[in-house]
Design a protein around this ligand. Structure first.
Ligand SMILES: [Zn+2]
Length: 156
């Protein structure tokens, strides 16, 4: 899997957002039937991510998660899919899975966006689909800190 793509089922929505933060193209199958999930995954070449043994069994490729905990689920993902990034990548919108592109100019009514800092060089990204803005800040620092705690000692 050069560039792993995922289809996360309804039970792992939080994990789906984290996979997007790692830059992985991740569809979130909210309210889909098992048949639909298996079919779309096959048609689009996606790996099904699920805690449902039956769904994993009927899918061509699947990661069957055993833990309900996000940190352990991430570790399970990294073991099952070694190509998966271990660091934040601004490629995918965590809300809708749209592609992100660098954003340099203000637009619309996005209050709370630190445009003065962005103009001064703070990296920012806009979702091509929903228009949401992401930037390097307190939140991304927290995400990186949490994630490095999860990966500590897992690599030589
Ligand atoms: Zn979006």
């Amino acid at each position: 899997m050069a560039d792993p793509r995922f289809l996360a089922d309804e039970m792992v929505g939080r994990l789906a957002r984290w996979l997007r933060m790692l830059g992985a193209d991740t569809t979130y199958a909210r309210g889909w039937s098992d048949e639909q999930i298996a079919r779309v995954a096959r048609d689009e070449g996606r790996v099904v991510v699920t805690r449902d043994r039956g769904l994993a069994a009927r899918s061509e490729r699947a990661v069957l998660l055993t833990s309900p905990r996000l940190d352990e689920q991430m570790r399970e993902m990294w073991v099952a899919v070694p190509e998966l990034s271990h660091d934040l990548r601004f490629d995918r919108c965590t809300l809708c899975n749209g592609r992100l592109a660098p954003a340099t100019v203000p637009s619309g009514d996005q209050s709370g966006v630190p445009w003065d800092r962005i103009r001064a060089g703070l990296p920012a990204y806009r979702c091509a689909e929903c228009g949401h803005l992401f930037w390097e800040g307190t939140h991304t620092a927290q995400v990186r800190r949490r994630m490095s705690g999860w990966t500590e000692g897992s690599d030589a």
